[in-house]
Design a protein around this ligand. Structure first.
Ligand code: C5P
Length: 246
């Protein structure tokens, strides 16, 4: 993939769209916040991203962080929420049956002048503005994509299943492993190309990597956990109740 020629610059300190391609040329940065999942693992009748959390809904925290750094936000929702009023989103579109299909629906709604896109899971409400800024800055500095990564503390085994039994296949060197989060930033054309075949993956970086793109890892945040089970929401309530970036 071709790399861009954007100049490196500082991380954002203000409230909105501080991106500059050099010579005063503005880089248009948009966010896609995916919120179309049913959250079946959470076990609630209301999808986890719509549950209350420290004074607002889970997805409002994610939308607010995205807004503070990007020029615009596309929110991807399930079909039964297509008509909901979402003041923190510029566009609301209906997602698909998989996360990757939902991201593709978001991509279709981006304006033509968007150069950088940040994909974020609505279910990660504690991602900071600084983290959004860090992944965008990496892409503006020349990467095709950028993801937050945190070191793994457990030893990770690759496994193989024989019949009904699971066996260890091998043990990757832990020092080379990171657990990857969202927000993930990409050059818009790199992400569009990676999604063009309709491939599926658990994150967008995997598709960009498979298409030959260079994806940089920036330091992630331990607090930026994905809400998956009810205990995650309890812990997040305490964390966000104590930490209000706005
Ligand atoms: O299910 P999981 O927690 O991995 O989903 C990650 C994010 O992707 C969530 O914010 C969820 O709402 C979103 N998603 C989606 N469309 C799907 C499946 C998941 O927007 N079909």
């Amino acid at each position: 993939m071709a790399s861009n020629t954007w100049a490196p610059h500082e991380q954002p300190t203000g409230l909105s769209s501080p991106w500059d391609a050099g010579y005063g040329q503005h880089v248009s940065v948009w966010a896609i916040v995916v919120a179309a999942g049913s959250g079946s693992r959470f076990g609630s009748s209301v999808p986890k991203q719509y549950l209350p959390l420290a004074g607002r809904r889970v997805l409002d925290w994610s939308l607010a962080a995205a807004r503070s750094v990007c020029d615009g936000v596309v929110l991807v929702v399930a079909a039964d929420r297509a008509d909901a009023v979402e003041p923190l989103a510029d566009h609301v579109v209906v997602g698909g049956s998989t996360r990757s299909a939902s991201v593709r629906a978001g991509l279709r709604a981006l304006p033509g002048d968007a150069s950088v896109v940040v994909v974020h899971d609505a279910a990660r409400p504690a991602a900071s503005r600084r983290l959004f800024g860090a992944v965008v800055a990496a892409v503006c500095s020349g990467a095709d994509g950028a993801v937050p990564g945190v070191p793994v503390t457990d030893t990770i085994k690759r496994t193989t299943t024989l019949g009904h039994q699971v066996w260890v296949a091998d043990t990757p060197d832990r020092d080379t492993l990171v657990a990857v989060q969202t927000p993930q930033a990409f050059r818009v054309d790199a992400l569009r190309a990676a999604h063009a075949s309709g491939a599926e993956a658990t994150d967008d970086a995997a598709l960009v990597e498979a298409a030959g793109g260079r994806v940089q890892v920036v330091p992630g945040e331990l607090a930026n956990r994905k809400i998956t089970v009810p205990d995650d929401l309890v812990a997040m309530e305490q964390y966000l109740g104590d930490t209000d970036e706005d």
